[in-house]
Design a protein around this ligand. Structure first.
Ligand SMILES: [Zn+2]
Length: 370
């Protein structure tokens, strides 16, 4: 076993993530990272002192990837609580997709700060869990897909600053990790992998898209099951990583590919996502696990809390205590009807596996994406 796997994992968070954010009508309006922390604490997996506090990245740091005028626009819009039509159009800011909310700038900058801190904590190897990260659609000069800045980019830049020669980025959010791939198109030291649902926003990341030559894109059909997901990972991701031998892996663990997510049509269990992360973690001395999308609060919180439980060696099949049940019972989501609720969402952490046949279309994607 690699020594780095024995080092105690870090949990990076910030009190700022406990605040309510986005508007009431937005898919991200519910509890996410604060709920993950509550659930982990209820399970006895996390104490306040176990959380490494992240700090906001400075304007200068942000400007390493983001356009200065764009950063200023976010800062000013946040202070004013409004944007002009011109700024809205130019930066996609203050829209339905990327709304303004109080403390937006500080929060987005703290997410970036957390990802930089994550890479700094791993100079000598190990694992960091930073569930508020994973804003993979953020662009140098505009907001996109609920993302204002792009924190995975900063984690990777920090690793490169440390002198690493090879960094891999693996994105298992149901949406294509477009912002990260594009950021490193000209960077031979960074390989990116993205498994995402086909015919879904942002509609790019096709099989033929190799970025600058170091990218692997796997647009998979609706209803992808655990068996197909494992197959895709084996055929394309693990096989290439064995060859590449990355010195660090940054993972965007979006939970929106899970069965029951209202914004996608995938058929994955949380066990499949965890298995992927643990396999990736064994392939590199340094691993950063970020969050990402996830619009069903029950499946998202169980997936992300369980991820931490797994990292610290907890028993994920343990009966939920009343405190943990209360956390899950208190969640709300306008996008999910009561009759769509599964019993497991309120009573246990682990999903039943969602295995199945491997469809020819999945085999075809794997063959072409290799
Ligand atoms: Zn997503």
């Amino acid at each position: 076993m690699d020594n780095s796997l024995k080092i105690k994992p870090f949990f990076v968070g910030s009190n700022i993530f406990a605040r309510e954010l986005f508007g009431k009508m937005h898919p991200l309006s519910g509890k996410r990272v604060s709920g993950v922390i509550e659930l982990c604490q209820a399970m006895g997996w996390l104490k306040d002192e176990d959380i490494t506090q992240s700090r906001a990245a400075s304007f200068n740091t942000l400007s390493r990837f983001h356009d200065k005028q764009y950063i200023t626009a976010i800062k000013e819009a946040d202070q004013a609580g409004m944007v002009s039509a011109q700024i809205r159009n130019k930066y996609c800011l203050g829209t339905m997709e990327n709304p303004l909310f109080k403390g937006l700038y500080q929060r987005a900058a703290t997410t970036v700060g957390g990802s930089i801190l994550a890479a700094q904590l791993l100079k000598d190897g190990g694992t960091v869990y930073h569930p508020s990260g994973g804003t993979h659609h953020g662009r140098p000069d505009r907001a996109s897909g609920f993302c204002y800045f792009n924190d995975p980019v900063f984690a990777i830049l920090e690793f490169l600053d440390q002198g690493l020669k090879s960094v891999a980025y693996v994105d298992i959010d149901v949406h294509f990790g477009d912002g990260v791939q594009d950021a490193f198109e000209q960077e031979q030291r960074v390989h990116t992998f993205s498994i995402h649902e086909e015919k879904r926003w942002p509609y790019t990341g096709g099989l033929e898209d190799r970025g600058g030559g170091q990218s692997f894109n796997m647009p998979v059909p609706h209803g992808l099951n655990d068996t197909e997901f494992d197959y895709m990972l084996d055929q394309v991701v693990y096989s290439n990583l064995k060859r590449i031998k990355p010195q660090a892996i940054v993972i965007t663990l979006g939970a929106d590919g899970l069965y029951g997510d209202p914004l996608s049509k995938m058929n994955l269990s949380n066990g499949a996502l965890w298995r992927c992360v643990m396999n990736l973690r064994a392939m590199s001395p340094r691993t950063i696990i970020l969050g990402g999308g996830g619009y069903n609060p029950w499946t998202t919180l169980r997936c992300w809390a369980g991820m931490w439980g797994l990292l610290i060696g907890a028993d994920l099949n343990a009966e939920l205590n009343s405190e943990a049940r209360a956390v899950l019972n208190a969640l709300e989501c306008d996008l999910i009807d009561e009759d769509e609720m599964e019993n497991d969402w309120l009573s246990r952490i682990t999903d039943e596996p969602r295995t199945g046949d491997i469809r020819p279309s999945v085999i075809e994607v794997a063959a072409q994406a290799k």
